[in-house]
Design a protein around this ligand. Structure first.
Ligand SMILES: *[C@@H]1O[C@H](CO)[C@@H](O)[C@H](O)[C@H]1NC(C)=O
Ligand SMILES: *[C@@H]1O[C@H](CO)[C@@H](O)[C@H](O)[C@H]1NC(C)=O
Ligand SMILES: *[C@@H]1O[C@H](CO)[C@@H](O)[C@H](O)[C@H]1NC(C)=O
Length: 356
């Protein structure tokens, strides 16, 4: 640790803005709408992560009240009108250099009366992004994840939720330090109003922020430094019926988007284009990634009942929670990572260690 401390400090200065990130620009169907924070609540945490342990100076933990929309978040000027099938992305600020931390992304919504003022109470997960490239223990530390190198966290508005105003919370969790209790949470809230739906209640299970994540949760007390090649433990509650899951726990099947079944029969599904009773969700969301190999447009998404559940091929506990310790993990990581990502992660892990 000590020997790399100075180098890490230098790398940290150079790369801190790209190593960390926050989200301030809203994308609707991949096009930016408004300017910085027009629809996304501004918070006071800059690009610093939220962590259970060794939170950066001035930041918060997932147990703090502001874990919903980030520290000191205040209402944005406007509320964006969206409809079922719209792809909503929260794009990185500060140059949007791409997410280069291994880990899952989640999108939650909380119904509110006034999206400019209310805080939200019950959060429903409408999107889960997992692993898109099946690979090795090494790739689980980098580009196995669907979100790797992408500059926004996105989800799709379900047809299964009622019209009205919501806060939409997009989150990425960096798992590189999670074996040591230092999973990193990056998140912001957009203010949306859903129109065109006919549902009268939100299906599925909600959670609270804070409260929804605990330090002991397998999803955040997880090691990417073992032999595991999969992530069988998505954080938070299940994606609601009508919500979407991108990729899978193991990456088998590649970069595919599946709609969670179980919604009422009036709900259109994202892959078939929907029925005639409501605006057709855009089928274009099923091939979202420019660089991902083989998005499976032929995937039988219509009938698939997906849950963020384990695949049978990798038992829980295979490598998870059993990291070899910071030093060794980092050394082996550095060799197999793209150079820049390795430097960023090395700097960050060292930085975190130095704060202990
Ligand atoms: C994380 O998992 C390890 C190994 O299973 C365990 O020893 C440790 O107590 C867990 N940490 C928390 C915060 O629960
Ligand atoms: C653990 O992972 C290794 C390497 O990927 C694999 O050979 C082994 O079968 C796995 N064990 C279990 C219990 O999943
Ligand atoms: C990396 O892993 C190899 C075996 O896979 C091991 O021999 C080596 O000591 C490790 N290096 C570090 C720095 O931990």
């Amino acid at each position: 640790m000590k020997t790399t401390g100075t180098l890490a400090a230098i790398l940290g200065l150079i790369s801190s803005a790209s190593a960390h990130y926050t989200f301030d620009k809203l994308l609707v169907n991949d096009k930016q709408v408004g300017g910085d924070n027009t629809y996304i609540r501004k918070h006071t945490n800059g690009y610093m992560p939220t962590k259970f342990k060794n939170a950066p100076s001035g930041s918060i933990t997932p147990l703090d009240a502001d874990f919903s929309c980030n520290k000191g978040a205040t209402g944005a000027q406007q509320v964006i009108s969206v409809k079922a099938g719209d792809k909503i992305g929260l794009r990185q600020a500060f140059g949007a250099n791409g997410i280069q931390h291994p880990g899952p992304s989640q999108v939650y919504i909380a119904p509110v009366t006034n999206a400019k003022a209310d805080k939200g109470s019950d959060w429903y997960k409408i999107h889960q992004s997992l692993i898109c490239r099946q690979g090795s223990p090494e790739s689980l530390r980098s580009n196995a994840w669907c979100s790797w190198d992408e500059n926004n966290v996105w989800g799709v508005i379900p047809a299964t939720i009622p019209n009205g105003q919501y806060l939409l919370r997009a989150e990425h969790i960096g798992l590189h330090g999670a074996h040591d209790g230092q999973a990193e949470f990056y998140y912001s809230c957009a203010q949306i109003e859903v129109t065109g739906n006919s549902a009268t209640s939100i299906p599925g299970t909600s959670t609270k922020f804070p409260g929804g994540y605990q330090a002991s949760d397998p999803a955040v007390n997880f090691s990417v430094w073992g032999r595991s090649t999969s992530y069988d433990v998505a954080p938070g509650p299940d994606v609601i019926p009508g919500g979407t899951i991108r990729g899978s726990a193991s990456g088998a099947g590649g970069d595919k988007l599946q709609t969670v079944a179980g919604a009422s029969s009036s709900a259109p599904d994202a892959s078939s284009g929907g029925d005639s009773s409501s605006p057709a969700p855009s089928p274009s969301v099923s091939a979202p990634s420019s660089s991902a190999p083989a998005p499976s447009s032929s995937a039988p998404a219509a009938s698939a009942t997906v849950a963020p559940a384990p695949t049978p091929s990798a038992g829980p506990g295979n490598g998870s929670g059993k990291g070899k310790g910071k030093g060794k993990g980092k050394g082996n990581c550095t060799r197999s990572f793209p150079r820049r990502a390795a430097a960023v992660l090395a700097a960050e892990i060292d930085g975190a260690a130095g704060k202990q």
